[in-house]
Ligand binder design. Structure first.
Ligand SMILES: *Cc1c(COP(=O)(O)O)cnc(C)c1O
Length: 384
């Protein structure tokens, strides 16, 4: 089938031309039925090389939850970086592709018993924490573990905040690091997360100021720290431009260089930025309908089988096959649940039922969130 997509500058500003080109070539030469997620290997490689390049002594640990597809993990593994995990499932998949435990850390501050048991067996050494209860659990399962405290930092301007559920303020953080030492753990450092899809570069400034304050206080309390884990948060382009990785990193580097001892280890845990803009969902219009004065397009991918983040406010860019003229649409997924609405008021050319819709920047937090609710399968991932 010949597909004629309406591609313009607004699309190539979001996703690399080469990624769009490869996607279209794949669609034209393949008879695989949508929906599926294409992941551009070259883009993933490029992002892995870019992140942390301007930060001295930076070590990158890919946050597996962003996209745990086994082929994606093999690709990232071949690039030599580490992995950040939170669960036994993530540990199992990394073990199955031969990732050594020395390249795995876990920054989920509250871990399941089973995960701690398996992590101990596997020999993972680095863990985050932010409560007394977790210190006691870690002491039981992994005596002597290297631990870092999750510090609460501003998440303003992050489209997917990660505050509240996690992290403690400076006073409590200090007490907990001291307690961790008393209980036989090895307190090595501090971590924070500025919020996912963080488009506000100043979040890193406030976070690093706060971390510095804690660092000094802990040192006065007789604990010498050596590790600063700055989490993830690097943004990608969905519908508009965002601050670039190198600008963020140069800023972070300067701040760390000014404030912290010269020999510290700096860990980074990017998720979204590694895989997000390498992914394009290939979906199809399965229905059109008028509801009141709204025009609806029903796609074969929706909130439940891939686009969960749309509910939290992430908006995507779409390439469609369709008429020249743009109209306003409500986009929805295929399930029989009225929660399955992807986005309202989207301006798009009018596609025919059966035409393809490409959803840009959909490589992160899509398949990893997806369920088979209502029997709609989770789109398969294909690396191109
Ligand atoms: C999810 C997560 C990350 C990755 O965040 P991104 O915003 O996707 O880069 C990093 N660290 C921790 C602890 C996380 O929970």
């Amino acid at each position: 089938m010949k597909h004629r997509f309406r591609i313009d500058k607004s699309h190539t500003k979001i996703t690399a031309k080469s990624t769009i080109q490869k996607t279209i070539e794949f669609i034209r030469s393949s008879d695989i039925e949508p929906p599926y997620l294409l992941m551009d290997k070259a883009k993933v490689r490029q992002k892995v090389h870019a992140i942390g390049r301007h930060i001295r002594h930076a070590e990158v640990f890919y946050a597996v939850k962003a996209n745990p597809d086994i082929e994606v993990l093999k690709l990232i593994n071949s690039l030599g970086i580490g992995f950040e995990i939170a669960s036994e499932g993530e540990l199992n998949i990394l073990s199955s592709i031969g990732v050594s435990s020395t390249r795995i850390i876990t920054s989920n501050p509250i871990k399941s018993f089973r995960f701690l048991r398996l992590a101990a067996e596997a020999g993972i050494k680095y863990f985050s924490f932010d409560s007394e209860a977790e210190i006691l659990k870690l002491r039981e399962f992994i005596p002597g573990a290297h631990v870092y405290i999750r510090l609460s930092v501003p998440n303003e301007g992050s489209e997917w905040p990660l505050s509240k559920k996690f992290a403690v303020e400076v006073d409590v953080a200090e007490e907990l690091l001291v307690l961790a030492k008393k209980k036989g753990l090895n307190p090595v450092g501090i971590t924070f997360h500025v919020g996912s899809q963080c488009t506000n570069i100043y979040n890193w400034n406030s976070a690093l100021n706060k971390a510095k304050d804690l660092w000094d206080r802990v040192e006065k309390a007789g604990i010498k720290l050596s590790l600063l884990n700055i989490g993830g948060g690097y943004p990608i382009r969905y519908t508009k431009d965002v601050v670039g990785i190198s600008a963020i990193d140069k800023n972070i580097h300067r701040l760390i260089y000014e404030k912290f001892p010269k020999k510290i280890r700096v860990l980074i845990e990017p998720g979204r930025a590694v895989v997000g803009d390498a992914g394009i969902f290939v979906t199809r219009v399965i229905g059109k309908a008028a509801r009141g004065d709204e025009q609806w397009l029903i796609l074969d991918v929706g909130v439940f089988n891939g686009l969960m983040e749309s509910v939290g406010g992430i908006k995507y860019s779409y390439i469609v096959e369709g008429s020249r003229e743009a109209k306003k649409w409500t986009l929805a997924g295929p399930s029989c649940d009225s929660f399955d609405v992807i986005e309202k008021d989207v301006m798009l050319p009018e596609p025919a039922v059966g035409s393809y819709v490409l959803i840009l920047s959909s490589g992160a937090y899509t398949i990893s969130y997806a369920s088979e609710f209502n029997g709609f399968s989770i789109p398969k991932t294909i690396l191109i």
